[in-house]
Design a protein around this ligand. Structure first.
Ligand code: ATP
Ligand code: MG
Ligand code: FE
Length: 345
């Protein structure tokens, strides 16, 4: 099965061609970061307009780079949600048009299922597994008992990890998106400012990052009032240490509780060096295999959407042409209907 996928959920326009859910033939990503940078965040209106301008070009580029003809395609996949509805809509319309013109199936994909299945493009998955999803809009621990089945066992009660990174970065005057800057600065400090760890109830797999963000703002304000300067690298290290410690601890505990054969990292914050190092360290000690996607597959891209779409395609679970973009789409409900292995075409 040769699947072409379109991803436009936020500020990356991306089209990819993937064979059998695992072999990337092309994966073209056009980021709008430079446009949104001057506003300090993604401006939805501008994002959707830019998707409109670039989606056709990116599509042609992806088909060319894959060295295929449109007639070779088995299906067209598209991110259906969650995300910015105006942005999602552009991808959905493009995908429907293509599926309709080529008379091939359409598959709506959950964006977070895509982030999780980015791992399948580079790793051999073994079930059951647990995925730690950390991105700009999500922080979730997901139990995946079998291919394409998602059960959320914990999630953030306020800010997502990436969101907290971006807000803390912004408070320190760093450019958008701030995550990578905070990550870099954290590695330059020997010692971080002391900040709290938010564990919530002892048995909870949920997360909370807004209190930590407030603690950072308080440190910055107090220093300012005293006319002192706190080095951004000391704040960055204190913040990163706190976030990483809680993420790692809960991910390990969940993996044990659900008998995971593998722990899988997913989402844009999976690019974080501190998190990757701490998880690798801890998983080695626990003898738990850790799967991490390469940096290019951590942030938004269409190859991961094609990988997730393959789960549905091989089971014949297709979408109809009246598929709608949904800003809030449930991951659990997107699970495959036929969890068993009889899938395969
Ligand atoms: P979602 O996937 O939840 O819809 P999104 O698609 O906007 O949200 P991603 O593209 O998956 O999010 O990830 C972007 C986020 O990842 C941003 O918040 C960015 O700051 C963060 N990020 C990227 N690299 C790093 C890093 N090295 N350290 C920390 N955060 C990072
Ligand atoms: Mg993005
Ligand atoms: Fe994303």
């Amino acid at each position: 099965g040769l699947i072409l996928a379109v991803e436009t959920s936020c500020d990356e326009t991306s089209v990819a061609v993937v064979e059998n859910g695992t072999i990337i033939r092309s994966n073209v990503v056009s980021s709008q970061i430079d446009t949104h940078k001057r506003y300090g965040g993604v401006v939805p209106e501008i994002a959707s307009r830019q998707h409109v301008e670039s989606v056709t070009l990116i599509l042609e580029e992806a088909v060319q780079a894959a060295g295929i003809r449109l007639a070779d395609l088995s299906a067209v996949a598209v991110t259906q949600g969650p995300g910015l509805v105006g942005s999602l809509l552009v991808g959905v319309v493009a995908a429907k048009t293509l599926a309709c013109a080529l008379q091939i199936p359409l598959i709506g994909v959950h964006h977070i299922a895509g982030h999780i299945y980015a791992n399948e493009l580079v790793h051999q998955l073994e079930y059951p597994l647990v995925s730690l999803v950390v991105s700009g809009g999500h922080t979730e621990l997901v139990h995946v008992p079998s291919p394409g089945v998602f059960r959320i066992i914990g999630q953030t009660r306020d800010d997502a990890a990436g969101e907290a990174y971006d807000k803390v970065a912004r408070a320190m005057g760093l450019p958008y998106p701030g995550g990578p800057h905070v990550d870099r600065l954290a590695h330059e400090a020997d010692e971080g400012v002391p900040l709290p760890r938010v564990w919530l109830e002892p048995d909870s797999y949920d997360f909370s990052f807004s209190g930590l963000k407030s603690a950072v703002l308080a440190v910055l304000n107090q220093a300012k009032m005293r006319g002192e300067v706190v080095q951004p690298m000391r704040i960055s290290k204190g913040f990163q240490d706190s976030v990483v410690e809680v993420l790692v601890e809960k991910a390990i505990r969940a993996s044990k509780a659900f008998g995971a054969k593998q722990l899988m990292l997913a989402g844009g914050v999976a690019a974080n060096k501190g998190l990757r190092e701490a998880l690798a360290d801890r998983c080695a000690r626990e003898e738990l295999p850790l799967l991490v996607p390469p940096l290019s597959l951590c942030t938004d891209n269409a190859a991961m959407i094609a990988a997730a779409a393959f789960l549905k395609w091989e089971r014949g679970e297709l979408s109809s042409l009246d598929l709608k973009a949904e800003a809030l789409l449930s991951l659990e409900q997107w699970s495959v209907k036929e969890p068993a292995e009889h899938a395969g075409r």
